[in-house]
Design a protein around this ligand. Structure first.
Ligand SMILES: *[C@@H]1O[C@H](CO)[C@@H](O)[C@H](O)[C@H]1NC(C)=O
Ligand SMILES: *[C@@H]1O[C@H](CO)[C@@H](O)[C@H](O)[C@H]1NC(C)=O
Ligand SMILES: *[C@@H]1O[C@H](CO)[C@@H](O)[C@H](O)[C@H]1NC(C)=O
Ligand SMILES: *[C@@H]1O[C@H](CO)[C@@H](O)[C@H](O)[C@H]1NC(C)=O
Ligand SMILES: *[C@@H]1O[C@H](CO)[C@@H](O)[C@H](O)[C@H]1NC(C)=O
Ligand SMILES: *[C@@H]1O[C@H](CO)[C@@H](O)[C@H](O)[C@H]1NC(C)=O
Ligand SMILES: *[C@@H]1O[C@H](CO)[C@@H](O)[C@H](O)[C@H]1NC(C)=O
Length: 432
């Protein structure tokens, strides 16, 4: 069976599950209260106590919602109110369609040609933001709502439907929105894997005062607007985010909270998404203002690099046309942003055009990062072990169409078992 056909079957199953109309119900008594609705309770907390000072912020919390055009979010009252508490970025762009490549891009500085939401893994010689953070001893974690246990490797998890207990279990968690899981450098490393954590861990870590310095939050498939509406996601933010903004265990004067979306809902327009910078690290005189600098998901990498003076990944995070640093951060770090002329702004809504190791249609091997690149921090380009420096962007072979040969990319794993079960408990070993 071709990868495309598998994807089509997978998609239609997901849509059928999502069909019934729903309205928001709180999964717990509050965002820092553990709940059985998240399947398992937290067993431990992170023990990070050392804070590595950043130039502008000591903690960044990214929260990713789903599939919404800029205008749709920006004209919804809760999102309007949230924008008044921070800086609204009016020219922040996703980098392609559909979801998964955008998540991968924000972590790895590239989406490697990926043009679908299948089960991929990026080999361990390819670096991601975690390498840059650990290089400076900066603590990190991702918290995935309704992921049933820490480090769960499956494609999808169906939990009892807490909004409607008599209904079928609901596919609340999906791996395609959990980018650190997709990088073997993280998910195949036993010293890192337990930092892919549940939402009950978020509560436990925050209450214990050990929330790390770099945090990536993925709400579940109803709360992030994926299967629902922008109003549903707005209600979730009223339940979850608004109380945390005024909770010193989560937001302090040195915290930056980045609320964004993975991509637009419409493919026929530029991929501009509602994004707001919140939290104590955003200067008060900027609250309620707009910033029209050209940003992309790669800007979340370059901004972190500029703040902590990190190495770079030597990929799109160092391409000046797509990796401007958030202006209020750049002003304080002294980084020079690039003014991209309007007629040179890339089209960020293209799908299946780029070549890479994660596309069957235009397959090329993973190249080494560009070691000559210069990023927003200093200290050069990070190199992971096992990197073959002779494979560079400049000498890659011409793209091959593997789909014509009915072959998946070597980095693609079957999204389903033959029994049709959507849960693949394949442990932490790569499921070949
Ligand atoms: C799960 O969520 C439902 C819906 O809000 C709520 O009624 C129930 O009390 C929650 N269960 C627990 C154990 O918190
Ligand atoms: C809480 O954090 C401290 C460090 O501040 C750590 O020693 C302790 O083990 C953590 N966990 C719990 C459950 O208290
Ligand atoms: C944190 O410290 C406690 C107590 O020493 C330990 O039991 C726990 O495993 C540690 N947590 C992590 C995530 O290392
Ligand atoms: C990170 O921590 C280790 C162990 O404590 C230490 O040896 C190393 O110098 C630290 N690195 C940086 C960049 O601070
Ligand atoms: C806690 O440990 C138990 C037993 O190993 C496990 O079943 C559960 O999933 C763990 N909880 C988390 C949040 O990982
Ligand atoms: C991308 O968006 C532009 C408008 O910015 C539109 O003209 C173009 O047709 C779109 N491309 C695709 C492939 O939908
Ligand atoms: C990275 O590792 C993969 C898997 O071993 C290999 O196919 C690829 O050529 C390597 N790329 C580089 C640049 O080292």
């Amino acid at each position: 069976m071709t990868a495309a056909l598998l994807a089509a079957i997978f998609c239609s199953i997901r849509l059928a599950d999502a069909a019934s109309a729903q309205s928001f119900v709180p999964p717990s008594k509050g965002p820092l209260v553990q709940t059985a609705n998240y399947t398992s309770f937290s067993n431990d907390t992170l023990n990070d106590t050392t804070i590595v000072k950043g130039k502008v912020f000591d903690r960044i919390i990214q929260i990713w919602l789903e599939n919404t055009d800029f205008e749709t979010a920006a004209s919804t009252s809760v999102f309007e109110a949230i924008a008044k508490q921070g800086v609204l970025f009016t020219n922040y762009n996703a980098v392609t369609h559909p979801s998964e490549p955008n998540y991968v891009a924000a972590i790895g500085g590239d989406f490697f040609g990926m043009a679908d939401d299948d089960m991929y893994h990026v080999p361990a010689n390819i670096s991601c933001v975690v390498d840059l953070l650990e290089d400076k001893n900066i603590s990190w974690a991702t918290y995935q709502e309704n992921m049933p246990t820490d480090a769960f490797y499956g494609m999808i998890y169906k939990a009892p439907n807490y909004a409607s207990p008599s209904s079928q279990p609901y596919p609340y968690y999906v791996r395609k929105h959990n980018p650190l899981m997709i990088f073997d450098a993280v998910s195949q490393d036993s010293s890192r894997i337990n930092r892919i954590r549940t939402f009950n861990d978020f509560a436990n870590d925050a209450v214990n005062g050990t929330l790390p310095q770099w945090v990536f939050v993925t709400p579940n498939m109803v709360n992030d607007a994926h299967d629902t509406t922008i109003d549903f996601a707005a209600s979730f933010l009223e339940y979850w985010l608004l109380p945390l903004i005024i909770d010193p265990r989560v937001n302090s004067e040195n915290t930056l909270i980045l609320l964004t979306f993975d991509e637009t809902e419409s493919y026929g327009i530029q991929n501009r998404i509602y994004t707001v910078a919140l939290g104590g690290a955003v200067p008060e005189n900027l609250h309620g203002t707009e910033d029209d600098t050209l940003y992309t998901h790669y800007s979340s990498l370059s901004t972190v690099q500029s703040n902590w003076d990190l190495k770079s990944l030597g990929r799109q995070d160092t391409n000046p046309a797509v990796s401007n640093v958030f202006a209020f951060v750049a002003e304080q770090t002294g980084f020079q942003n690039t003014q991209v002329p309007v007629d040179h702004i890339p089209q960020f809504n293209l799908t299946g055009v780029a070549s890479g190791a994660l596309t069957s249609a235009n397959f090329v091997p993973f190249a080494a990062p560009n070691l000559d690149a210069s990023g927003a921090g200093s200290g050069g380009v990070f190199r992971r072990p096992g990197l073959d420096m002779t494979i560079t962007d400049d000498n890659l072979p011409p793209p091959v169409d593997l789909s014509a040969l009915d072959t998946a990319t070597p980095w693609q794993m079957s999204p389903r078992t033959s029994s049709g079960s959507m849960i693949i408990p394949c442990g932490n070993a790569a499921c070949a």
